[in-house]
Write a protein that binds this ligand. Structure first.
Ligand SMILES: *[C@@H]1O[C@H](CO)[C@@H](O)[C@H](O)[C@H]1NC(C)=O
Ligand SMILES: *[C@@H]1O[C@H](CO)[C@@H](O)[C@H](O)[C@H]1NC(C)=O
Ligand SMILES: *[C@@H]1O[C@H](CO)[C@@H](O)[C@H](O)[C@H]1NC(C)=O
Ligand SMILES: *[C@@H]1O[C@H](CO)[C@@H](O)[C@H](O)[C@H]1NC(C)=O
Length: 432
């Protein structure tokens, strides 16, 4: 018995010393232990929810992580926050149902996910908040502090009777967060709680754990549409300084889209802060009206590819201007929706998605080889999850609760895609 436990402690020690914290060095690249670190990653927000013992599914978590390991994936972007009462546009279980009150089963779920990632040599981008409603986020904090109802926009489920507002209205509401002092101090308490959290499986505090790649402010924090409610410099300095004061080991980033309609000036202003280590870009061709999944023509796909590549080149230029590395942190494409096919059905082929990934990742590879981009996290890995049937709630697909289940997630059974990602991952990692 003694011998076994000594050996397992030894095993863990070896695993701990072979990894390291990732930082940006003078040449503008990521390094781990004096070796360039390339991000070959996925979005897998559901890690914490799946890791929860009572309400999650650890079998699926383990199977998904093992499968991603075969795809050479070394980096997962996950949520380390979710707020408010459960509702139809949110996961069934959240980390902080009420201000300052934690669901310990969920926190252990996050511990467990990190512990299992560590064993597989993966690192986590820890997302600390959300501009959008699907995990609570900014709008939940504003609602708590101002005691007003969140103006929910249309999403999923369709015909949700609570969703009576426009996106513009919702965005205005969420953007109130940037100047809501009480919201910010409430959030800072959460930031401190997470950074100082001691993982019950490894005994390590998060701030000392090199399984964590970086702290990310939020999923897609952004100004409102006409720019009258910006993410202020004061806000960025305050939060990034606060995180740095609690944890000098990990990198910090905003998690922004680098949205083309806000453009270069906003990107530069928002990312050019001393405590921010790197920038990000998200590109959504269908959501931005540059791709139609019902249109099976070659021209439709080619337009989307050209659009995406142009924006990647633009953001590479913007990042160079401020000397920050950049990650292609979100992108995706629906399954084939033409000829009457249902693009949300897991049985529908995803041929355009594969062609799109091949074309754009070829460009990301070149930009990573040029040492501007540092890799990618595709959206999203749904693994062994499948959309629920009938009225059942979807439990933890890569597609978040407020979006149509099956829209963008990649399943374990998408063999052509999995094989491609495996091969391309190997090529990317040779740049290390
Ligand atoms: C948990 O995940 C496993 C593996 O993906 C699956 O077979 C099982 O049905 C899931 N359990 C529940 C309760 O969803
Ligand atoms: C919040 O608003 C509701 C009505 O919308 C009111 O009944 C309640 O007292 C308010 N709570 C606080 C703490 O102000
Ligand atoms: C959002 O805020 C802007 C700036 O105050 C305003 O012009 C716009 O009308 C608002 N949108 C909605 C739907 O209220
Ligand atoms: C399909 O997309 C192409 C390229 O954008 C466009 O020219 C064509 O009109 C579209 N067809 C339909 C039916 O929308």
């Amino acid at each position: 018995m003694k011998l076994v436990s000594t050996l397992s402690i030894l095993g863990l020690t070896i695993a701990l010393t072979s990894a390291g914290f990732v930082s940006v060095e003078d040449d503008g690249n990521f390094y781990e232990n004096d070796k360039r670190y390339i991000v070959w990653g996925a979005n897998y927000w559901e890690a914490m929810n799946l890791g929860a013992q009572k309400t999650g599914n650890r079998t699926r978590l383990i199977n998904d992580l093992d499968k991603m390991k075969t795809m050479n994936i070394n980096n997962l972007r996950i949520i380390a926050a979710s707020e408010g009462p459960a509702d139809s546009q949110k996961p069934v279980n959240v980390l902080m149902p009420e201000p300052g009150v934690y669901n310990e089963d969920m926190f252990k779920g996050l511990d467990y996910a990190l512990y299992q990632m560590k064993k597989r040599g993966m690192k986590a981008v820890m997302v600390l908040n959300n501009f959008w409603q699907w995990s609570g986020g900014f709008s939940q904090y504003v609602s708590w502090v101002k005691n007003t109802t969140i103006p929910l926009p249309p999403g999923y489920p369709e015909n949700d009777p609570r969703a009576q507002s426009s996106w513009d209205e919702f965005i205005n509401y969420s953007a109130e967060f940037f100047t809501c002092k009480k919201c910010i101090s409430m959030w800072k308490k959460h930031i401190k709680t997470v950074i100082n959290r001691k993982n019950v499986y490894t005994g390590k505090r998060y701030r000392d754990d090199d399984t964590i790649f970086s702290w990310e402010f939020a999923n897609e924090p952004r100004q409102n549409n006409d720019g009258s409610m910006p993410m202020t410099d004061e806000f960025i300095e305050d939060i990034s300084g606060y995180i740095k004061s609690l944890d000098k080991n990990h990198m910090i980033t905003l998690g922004s889209e680098a949205h083309p309609s806000f453009g270069k000036e906003v990107f530069i202003r928002e990312n050019n802060h001393k405590n921010l280590d790197y920038a990000t870009t998200h590109i959504w061709v269908q959501n931005w009206g540059e791709y139609d999944p019902k249109n099976g023509t070659e021209a439709n796909l080619q337009h989307a590819i050209d659009y995406c590549i142009n924006h990647l080149r633009d953001t590479a230029g913007w990042a160079l201007k401020i000397n920050k590395p950049i990650i292609f942190e979100e992108y995706g494409m629906a399954r084939d929706g033409w000829d009457g096919q249902d693009e949300y059905d897991p049985a529908t082929p995803a041929t355009n998605r594969l062609k799109y990934y091949k074309a754009i990742l070829n460009e990301v590879y070149k930009l990573t080889d040029k040492q501007i981009f540092q890799g990618q996290n595709f959206w999203a890995y749904s693994g062994e999850g499948r959309p629920a049937s009938g009225d059942a709630r979807d439990l933890y697909l890569g597609d978040p609760a407020h979006e149509h289940p099956g829209w963008y997630g990649i399943y374990d059974k998408d063999t052509d895609m999995i094989n491609y990602l495996k091969k391309m991952g190997k090529k990317f990692l040779k740049l290390e």
